[in-house]
Design a binder for this molecule. Structure first.
Ligand SMILES: NC(=O)c1ccc[n+]([C@@H]2O[C@H](COP(=O)([O-])OP(=O)(O)OC[C@H]3O[C@@H](n4cnc5c(N)ncnc54)[C@H](O)[C@@H]3O)[C@@H](O)[C@H]2O)c1
Length: 394
C-alpha cells in the first residue's frame, strides 16, 4: 500500500500535541509547520512554556483551542486521554534538560514521540528511552533534519548499497558562528540562559547543539556506528567556560576510519555541514551550502553532480522532494519528511498494513549519539582512544 492509499484509508490527519515552541522560540515553528506541511499531522494541543499561566495564555495566540492549551505536560496527557479526539503523539522541542522527562511521560502514556536532540542528558537515560519505547510498542523519531534531505537520502542509498565499494573513510564537519563572539557577556534571553547553563544544555554544549547532527549524519548515511574515538574537546574562545569545539578521530564498525570536527565559534561559519564518504570504488561529497546536489566520483573518472529532481533517482529519494528542480527546498521540508515517515509507520500499524522500513531517525540512533558524546568527553579527559558504549540488545 502506498502513502496516498494509507492516508485515504486512515481518513484523517494524526493529532499532535506540542511540548515547547512557545511564542518566539527558535525551532518550534519549524516543527509545527513541518508537521502540517503534507497534511499528515494537525497540531491540536500543547504546553508552550514551563510557566503554566504563560503556557495556557500562549496556546490561543498560536491558534490552539484554549481548552487544549495546557499548563503542564501531566495535565495535557491526563486531559487528552479522556477525549475521543485525543492526541496520537507529542513533539518535544523544549530546552535539552527536559527532553527525557517529557519523553518518559509520553511513552508511558502510550503516545508516539517526535523528539528534538539531544534525546537525554546521558547514555543511561537514552537506553531507558529505548527500553520504554520498545516495551510500550511506541515509535520515537528524532529531528535530525540534515539526514532527511533528498540528497543525503541518496548519499545513504549509495553508501549502503555498495555503489562506492567497501567503505574506507568518513569525514564529517559542522561549522557554525553562533558562539564566535562572547555572547555570554551580553544581554541574556531565556534561550541563552539555558544554553549557557551546562546543567540545562547537557554534557557538552557544542555536541548537544550541532555535534549530534554531524555524528548522526555520518552514521545514518553509512549505516555504521562509531566504535572508538580519540577526541580533542574544549573552547576556541579564550576563557570560555562552555564547550564550543570538538574534534575527533573515529573508528566505525568494520574498522572504517573517520574524522569529525564541529564548532559554533568559527567566525563566518553558516551551518556549514559537509559529509564525504570514501569507498574502494569511489566517493560522495555533500555540502549543506549546496543541499540539492550531491557530488559523486568513481576511481579514474571525473566527478559528476546528481541533483534533486533527476528522474532516475530511487523512488524513496524522489519522494523526499516536493517541487521541480531549481526551486529551493530546505530544512523545513527535511523535517516534514521525518514527520511524514513516522506518520506512515504509525498509520500502517493502525491499519495492520506492512510497509517497507522508512529512514527517519529513531531513538536507538539518539542513544548511540549519547554514547558517542560520553566517549568523546572520556577520551579528552584520559588523553586516549576510548570505546563507545553499545546499546543493550533488544
Ligand atoms: N533539530 C534541530 O535542527 C534543532 C535546531 C535548533 C534547536 N533544536 C533543539 O530544540 C530545542 C529547543 O531549542 P530552541 O532553540 O527552540 O529553544 P528556545 O529557548 O528558543 O525555545 C524553547 C521553548 O520551550 C518552552 N519551554 C521551556 N520549558 C518548557 C516546559 N517545561 N514545558 C513546555 N515548554 C517549555 C519555552 O517557553 C520556549 O517556547 C533544544 O533541545 C534544541 O537542542 C533542534
Amino acid at each position: 500500500m502506498d502513502s496516498t492509499q494509507l492516508r485515504q484509508r486512515f481518513g484523517r490527519p494524526l493529532r499532535l500535541g506540542i511540548i515547547g515552541g512557545g511564542p518566539g522560540a527558535w525551532i518550534g515553528t519549524m516543527h509545527w509547520t513541518a508537521a502540517e506541511l503534507d497534511d499528515w499531522w494537525r497540531v491540536v494541543a500543547g504546553v508552550f512554556s514551563s510557566d503554566p499561566a504563560r503556557s495556557r495564555a500562549a496556546g490561543p495566540t498560536l491558534g490552539i483551542d484554549a481548552a487544549r492549551s495546557y499548563g503542564d505536560v501531566a495535565e495535557m496527557l491526563d486531559r487528552e486521554a479522556r477525549r475521543d479526539d485525543r492526541i496520537d503523539a507529542v513533539a518535544i522541542m523544549t530546552p535539552n534538560d527536559t527532553h527525557y522527562a517529557h519523553a518518559v511521560r509520553a511513552l508511558d502514556a502510550g503516545l508516539d514521540v517526535i523528539g528534538d536532540k539531544p534525546v537525554s542528558h546521558d547514555f543511561a537515560q537514552a537506553c531507558d528511552l529505548v527500553e520504554r519505547a520498545r516495551r510500550n510498542r511506541r515509535l520515537y523519531a528524532i529531528a535530525h533534519g540534515y539526514s532527511a534531505y533528498p540528497m543525503t537520502r541518496h548519499a545513504r542509498h549509495l553508501a549502503r548499497s555498495g555503489a562506492l565499494g567497501a567503505l574506507r573513510l568518513v569525514q564529517v564537519e559542522y561549522i557554525q558562528s553562533g558562539l564566535a563572539t562572547r555572547i555570554e557577556d551580553g544581554p541574556q534571553n531565556n534561550r541563552l540562559r539555558w544554553l549557557f547553563d551546562p546543567q540545562r544544555s547537557g554534557l557538552a554544549l557544542v555536541m548537544g547543539a550541532i555535534g549530534c547532527h554531524a555524528q548522526h549524519l555520518a552514521c545514518a548515511t553509512t549505516g555504521l556506528n562509531v566504535t572508538r574515538v580519540c577526541a580533542d574537546i574544549g573552547a576556541l574562545l579564550p576563557g570560555r567556560k562552555v564547550i564550543d569545539y570538538a574534534s575527533a578521530l573515529l573508528e566505525l564498525d568494520g574498522g572504517v576510519r573517520g574524522t569529525f570536527t564541529v564548532t559554533q565559534a568559527a567566525a563566518g561559519g553558516e551551518n556549514d555541514i559537509q559529509l564525504r564518504v570514501y569507498g574502494d570504488k569511489g566517493m560522495l561529497d555533500w555540502s549543506h551550502r549546496d543541499a540539492s546536489y550531491l557530488r559523486v566520483a568513481f576511481q579514474g573518472e571525473s566527478m559528476h553532480v546528481i541533483g534533486r529532481g533527476d528522474p532516475d533517482l530511487p523512488a524513496e529519494v524522489i519522494a523526499a522532494g516536493r517541487t521541480p528542480r531549481g526551486h529551493p527546498e530546505g530544512l523545513r521540508e527535511a523535517f516534514a519528511n521525518i514527520y511524514a515517515e513516522i506518520a506512515q509507520e504509525r498509520i500502517a500499524r493502525e491499519l495492520g498494513e506492512t510497509i517497507p522500513e522508512l529512514a527517519y531517525p529513531r531513538i536507538e540512533e539518539g542513544a548511540h549519539t549519547m554514547a558517542f558524546i560520553e566517549a568523546c568527553l572520556a577520551s579528552q579527559a584520559q588523553g586516549a582512544w576510548v570505546d563507545v558504549a553499545k546499546l543493550p540488545r533488544a
